[in-house]
Design a protein around this ligand. Structure first.
Ligand SMILES: [Zn+2]
Length: 95
């Protein structure tokens, strides 16, 4: 189904589940080739998505699926930044 393919559902690079975009963390490879955590969801470049879940981050790290999705090596500091964002989200969730 080419139309489905063009729409490109947002798939978590950790668990592989398809999710609404707004529920996912976006990581982007910017046009100048850097990898950055996209907190606004509006950065230009090739994006990859991950559930806001530590287990998904661990799976993505183990499978290197984030690097594969972005077709560039994801620096460890970006992985750490995602981890930090997850901890922030947990704190907010506790109220
Ligand atoms: Zn996931």
């Amino acid at each position: 189904m080419p139309e489905e393919r063009r729409r490109r559902p947002r798939r978590c690079v950790g668990c592989g589940a398809e999710m609404p975009k707004r529920g996912l963390i976006r990581v982007v490879r910017t046009p100048d080739g850097r990898v950055s955590l996209d907190r606004t969801g509006k950065m230009p470049g090739r994006g990859a998505y991950i559930c806001p879940s530590p287990s998904c981050l661990a799976m993505a790290a183990k499978k290197r699926s984030l690097s594969r999705a972005l077709r560039v090596e994801v620096p460890p500091e970006v992985m750490e930044e995602i981890g930090a964002l997850l901890r922030e989200a947990e704190v907010e969730g506790d109220g």
